[in-house]
Ligand binder design. Structure first.
Ligand SMILES: Nc1ncnc2c1ncn2[C@@H]1O[C@H](COP(=O)(O)OP(=O)(O)O)[C@@H](O)[C@H]1O
Ligand SMILES: [Mg+2]
Length: 327
């Protein structure tokens, strides 16, 4: 087996005037969990579509599971699984019937043992005859993953696997995805717009914005790029921006809603100085944020991922002002 499960060079997808994926180079190690992280519309799903052969590549090349996506699409399809962002289960069928249907679709002959093994792994064995319409969201997700790996693929693509799930179910799913990767030896490429999810799950992350990879690395490598902490502060009205700026150890100040957002090289150093400068009676609330993938995204693109696309201009303006104030 090759050491890379996915290799892409200059991968590009153009829809009319829009370049949805823009000259992306990527390499996903065999056995790894690779996360494509970015806001809505960044091009994550499109990358999955071109790598799985669901959509044509406009320019560039890609190999998946050792085969060229353009030249050998069938060989690729045999070796990959796909968990779509939308639910694809048939509610009127039981779990077993859904697995049977999947086997039919893929013309698998010897699938029953594997299906039983997967149902046991996902703790669905005693519910396998129940209609999927009666399943909880978590159970449905488990079954979707079981369908995707029924044919023992080398690589499985999961598009926003935890979107719309409550926090508990999401965490349960993180464990399952890690488990599937380790126990079944499947390479996972997943997309997400939840930074903490990528941090918890992925050994390698690519941050994508407007179709381009803007950063890549392990979550710790990416976080090491951010050299500052964030202090979020709620104060009485007597506190002004000038006063905050004058505090030693505070690099930048801006407002966000009712709060101040301070960029500091070290929260541990800045915190006592902030308290000393303002006095505890002027501070209503104080909150520390250590570097996360969220701050990496912010550092690189100048926007928060959850509001990405909306307030870039404001954010740039903020930094331009900071720059001018320093001159
Ligand atoms: N079939 C399509 N035709 C035209 N534009 C598309 C099509 N699919 C996606 N797009 C556009 O390509 C960009 C990337 O979309 P997508 O890959 O779905 O982003 P993400 O999955 O990161 O939210 C978006 O601007 C989207 O509107
Ligand atoms: Mg998408």
């Amino acid at each position: 087996m090759a050491d890379a499960a996915i290799v892409a060079k200059g991968l590009t997808k153009v829809y009319g005037k829009l370049t949805a994926v823009d000259h992306v180079d990527m390499r996903v190690a065999t056995g790894g969990v690779f996360g494509l992280l970015g806001p809505n519309g960044a091009g994550k799903t499109t990358i999955i579509k071109v790598l799985t052969g669901l959509s044509d590549i406009t320019e560039g090349e890609a190999q998946v599971a050792g085969f060229d996506v353009r030249r050998d699409p069938m060989h690729v399809k045999e070796r990959i699984g796909w968990v779509a962002a939308e639910v694809i289960l048939d509610d009127d069928l039981s779990a077993w019937e859904n697995l049977w249907l999947q086997a039919k679709l893929q013309r698998l002959s010897d699938w029953k043992g594997r299906a039983e093994q997967l149902l046991a792994y996902f703790e669905l064995s005693d519910r396998k005859k129940d209609k999927v319409g009666q399943y909880s969201t978590g159970m449905r997700k488990k079954l979707e993953i079981a369908l995707a790996i029924l044919h023992q693929p080398e690589v499985v693509f999961m598009d926003e696997p935890t979107i719309g799930l409550d926090p508990n179910t999401r965490r349960m799913l993180w464990q399952l995805i890690t488990g599937v990767n380790r126990e079944f030896g499947v390479t996972v490429l997943l997309t997400s717009h939840y930074m903490e999810e990528a941090d918890a799950l992925c050994d390698h992350v690519a941050i994508i914005d407007h179709g381009k990879f803007v950063a890549q690395g392990t979550p710790s490598e990416l976080k090491a790029r951010v050299k500052w902490d964030i202090v979020e502060l709620e104060t009485k009205e007597t506190v002004t921006e000038e006063r905050l700026r004058a505090i030693p150890g505070v690099s930048e100040v801006r407002t966000q809603g009712k709060s101040w957002i301070l960029k500091v090289p070290s929260a541990e150093v800045a915190l006592p100085q902030i308290i000393a400068a303002l006095g505890s009676e002027e501070v209503k609330r104080i909150n520390l944020e250590k570097p996360s993938l969220e701050s990496v995204f912010m550092e690189i693109t100048g926007k928060r991922i959850d509001q990405a696309g909306t307030d870039v201009q404001d954010y740039r303006k903020f930094y331009m002002n900071v720059r001018r104030a320093r001159q």
